[in-house]
Design a protein around this ligand. Structure first.
Ligand code: HBI
Ligand code: FE
Length: 282
């Protein structure tokens, strides 16, 4: 991730900045409305229902870029989380400290109209539309805090790469079993129109049953659709895997285990094909 080398002028020691909601232009708000409306039409039936519940509870369908203060007031009441503004990617240790204290860092800028379909740095649409609705779900809210606490420990163990993969393949690009098939929940997918289609409909990517060790040894790409998606059975099972695991021995095991390419499929992988779960055919 392209993290700023130095803390930008005006950012506090925790890298937060004022959202400066009044400074958004009419074009900024129109960009948010266009992106929101496009996803609000596409996602129902495709995304985990908990995501839509969060959208509703947080009233994110109201026009324009949300005001983080009002958003945090509603979110805090439900799960104790708040949304704080940052100028972009922040260093891992700063990021983990915010998550461990139930503060979600959200970019305070929005993409330009010519960047509607891809941008490298997470903007307010990726962060607030993509990540924040699930923070209104108590189980996922606990998972995100546990992740932050785990990150603070992993930092000292030199295991950040492994832990970043867990975040990437769940929080950013996770799928979940639901209804009659697979559903989206990762923020990187649900905030992207094209990947919201690709992740479920395209035959090319692998869709593999979630396994903590498997995910933490699997590399990922940041500049294109994912070659593999991992499927959790439920948010409870994801929280359980994180809370009830001693990561120390896993980090030690991973340190002497080869990483896997993003496109790899192992004989023991549970391969999902069209929503059903089938052992990989030899
Ligand atoms: N900073 N603002 C921001 N948003 C992120 O999602 C983020 C970050 N810094 C680091 C990071 N994510 C990942 O490397 C985590 O896995 C730590
Ligand atoms: Fe993100």
């Amino acid at each position: 991730m392209a993290v700023h080398a130095q803390r930008p002028a005006g950012a506090a020691v925790d890298w937060t900045v004022p959202q400066n909601h009044a400074a958004y232009s009419a074009r900024d708000h129109a960009t948010w409305d266009h992106l929101f409306d496009r996803q609000a039409r596409l996602l129902p039936g495709r995304v985990a229902p908990e995501f839509l519940d969060g959208l509703d509870f947080l009233r994110l369908a109201e026009p324009g870029i949300p005001d983080f203060e009002a958003l945090s007031e509603r979110l805090m009441r439900r799960t104790g989380w708040q949304v704080v503004a940052v100028p972009g990617l922040v260093p891992d240790d700063v990021f983990f400290d915010h998550l461990a204290n139930r503060r979600f860092v959200a970019g305070n800028f929005i993409r330009r109209p010519d960047q509607l379909d891809y941008l490298q740095e997470p903007d307010v649409f990726h962060d607030v539309f993509g990540h924040v609705p699930l923070l209104a779900n108590p189980v996922f809210a606990d998972y995100m805090q546990a992740y932050g606490q785990g990150g603070q420990r992993a930092g000292g163990l030199g295991a950040l790469t492994n832990l970043a993969r867990l975040y990437w393949y769940t929080v950013e690009f996770g799928l979940i079993r639901g209804g009659e098939g697979l559903q989206l929940f990762g923020a990187g997918i649900v905030s992207s129109h094209s990947e919201s289609l690709f992740a479920l409909d395209d035959p090319s990517p692998n869709r593999l049953g979630f396994d903590l060790r498997r995910v933490m040894r699997t590399r990922y790409r940041i500049d294109d659709f994912q070659q593999s998606y991992f499927v959790i059975d439920s948010f409870e099972s994801l929280l359980d895997a994180t809370l009830n695991t001693d990561f120390g021995p896993i980090y030690a095991e991973l340190a002497v285990t080869d990483d896997l390419d993003a496109a790899a499929v192992l004989p023991e992988d549970r391969v999902h094909t069209h929503g059903t779960q089938a052992r990989v055919q030899r």
